[in-house]
Design a protein around this ligand. Sequence first.
Ligand code: OOG
Ligand code: NI
Length: 267
Amino acid sequence: MHTDVNALFENLWQNYLSVTPSAQKVHALLGSSQQDDVINDHIALRTFNLPKVSLDKLAAHFLALGYKEGGEYHFEAKKLYAKHFEHADPTLPKVFISELLLDKCSASLKSTIEDLVAQIPEEAVSADNFLYSGTHWQVSSSTYQQLLAESEYAAWVAAWGYRANHFTVNVNYLEKYAALEDVNAALKQAGFLLNTAGGEIKGTPEVFLEQSATLADIVPVQFLDGETQIPSCFYEFARRYPLANGQLYSGFVAASADKIFESTNAR
Ligand code: OOG
Ligand code: NI
């Protein structure tokens, strides 16, 4: 486990950049419009509900750094369960961790994933670098396609493994933009493609959270039988609104999150 929370996020960021070339450009576009660097609202991690690598196993890395559990979320159709974690220091990103519920998937998907996870050394999961360690296995493009036909999420984790699938700009801290619409306009102007599932903006001030996201970059991945271009990671933008008590809402919105997951769908 990491003892330095900033080092953990720096490693997650560098690993994310290595497969998400557009992220540096998005960061430069929004960061260059102000004095301070962009503040991240949250990151997200994906896994399977197998004991070795469950949501709780990933969460342990953050609990050890002082993070506390926030809310939990259910995604019936996608067969996912998620929790978010937050830190007393509001400048530290929240963490959204989801897991695929394999018992709800086909027997063949479940056994394919069990075979992959069996290849992870037990001690690797609690090692400092696990959350940005990528894959611990190799898959063929046909295995990827088979997974993809049933669960885009399963295929993504099989191809990319353990890494942040997105970072999220905290729009509340942007100096030049107040509205998420304006951030989206700047992104489109610069040529970035946005996730339009459920509309470009997911959520409303009434649910205290508005979100948008780019579509994941399409980059080469090495499969057993050669290199193929597939979606990697994306960038998200979140604007939070104050609750009646004046505090900014710190949770997530399941209906919006359901659409954010689709940012890694094939274009
Ligand atoms: C997580 C999707 C949900 C949010 O901000 O609602 C999410 C994922 O794609 O793994 O990040
Ligand atoms: Ni997110």
